[in-house]
Design a protein around this ligand. Structure first.
Ligand SMILES: Nc1ncnc2c1ncn2[C@@H]1O[C@H](COP(=O)(O)OP(=O)(O)OP(=O)(O)O)[C@@H](O)[C@H]1O
Length: 240
């Protein structure tokens, strides 16, 4: 399997009011293209910090982060921004949609940032909405959509630029069980269909465990477990 993003020996410390707090300690992890990974662990264990470092949003204090030939740990702020814009799609717990924009306009926004001509951006936005089953609702604004539909718009917005890495932070926690499961199955289908590495933070292991390829568990700023599903079985196996 080809590597989409790789972190080696990552450490990150925050200092708040002169008190240091070690968010990540010597974390190494590799996520492959087409792989759907759940990142889980107790509150404050460093999951969001790891996502931020893997997407180039935050530089690590120590260690290497790389994607293909891009070395993110040595990149400038502008190079990391450009990497993120081109390669990463994000999905958030609270959807983060613009109240005044229709579904198709929301999905076009990342393509506008990338300078895609507006006719092509509209066509691609409609196609992404079609992928998440919302073609018929493309002219509606967030207030006219259900929670599940809003999250599907957010997924369409995240996949419209065909990212190599799709990062989701608690994408199901504002949804009921059925809609949550729909979203998780949709993320797996996206990983399969587009070969994107999908890395998803959630506390809801039960919802994800039957569907993901791999569960990475953190505690106190470290990775403590890495379970992979053997092809052809439903059991997740501990990494040797
Ligand atoms: N910007 C920041 N400034 C200071 N401390 C931070 C910052 N971001 C995170 N931290 C601290 O780093 C540690 C890890 O936080 P992080 O948000 O990565 O954990 P998490 O596992 O995502 O938590 P949760 O599940 O509650 O979202 C925590 O102790 C947190 O307080």
């Amino acid at each position: 399997m080809e590597t989409a993003i790789k972190a080696e020996g990552i450490s990150k410390r925050y200092i708040v009011q002169n008190v240091p707090s070690q968010a990540l300690m010597n974390v190494s992890v590799e996520v492959h293209k087409g792989e759907f990974v759940l990142l889980t662990g107790p509150s404050g264990c460093g999951k969001s910090t790891l996502l931020a470092i893997l997407s180039g949003m935050t530089p690590p204090d120590e260690g290497l982060v790389s994607s293909g030939s891009t070395n993110l740990s040595e990149a400038t702020d502008a190079q990391r921004d450009a990497f993120r814009l081109r390669n990463c799609g994000f999905i958030f717990q609270g959807f983060n949609l613009f109240p005044g924009l229709t579904a198709v306009e929301q999905v076009q926004v990342p393509l506008d940032y990338l300078g895609v001509p507006s006719d092509e951006a509209k066509r691609r936005a409609e196609s992404a909405l079609n992928t998440v089953g919302l073609a018929q609702r493309r002219h509606l604004r967030p207030a006219e959509l259900s929670g599940g539909e809003k999250q599907r718009v957010a997924i369409a917005r995240a996949i419209v630029k065909r990212p190599t890495i799709l990062l989701a932070d608690e994408p199901t926690s504002a949804l009921d069980r059925d809609n949550g499961e729909k979203v998780v199955r949709m993320l797996r289908a996206i990983a399969r269909a587009t070969d994107a590495a999908v890395l998803c933070v959630s506390h809801d292991i039960r919802l994800f465990s039957r569907i993901v390829d791999r569960i990475v568990e953190m505690e106190g700023g470290r990775l403590i477990r890495d379970l992979r599903r053997d092809p052809g079985t439903t059991e997740l196996q501990v990494e040797p």
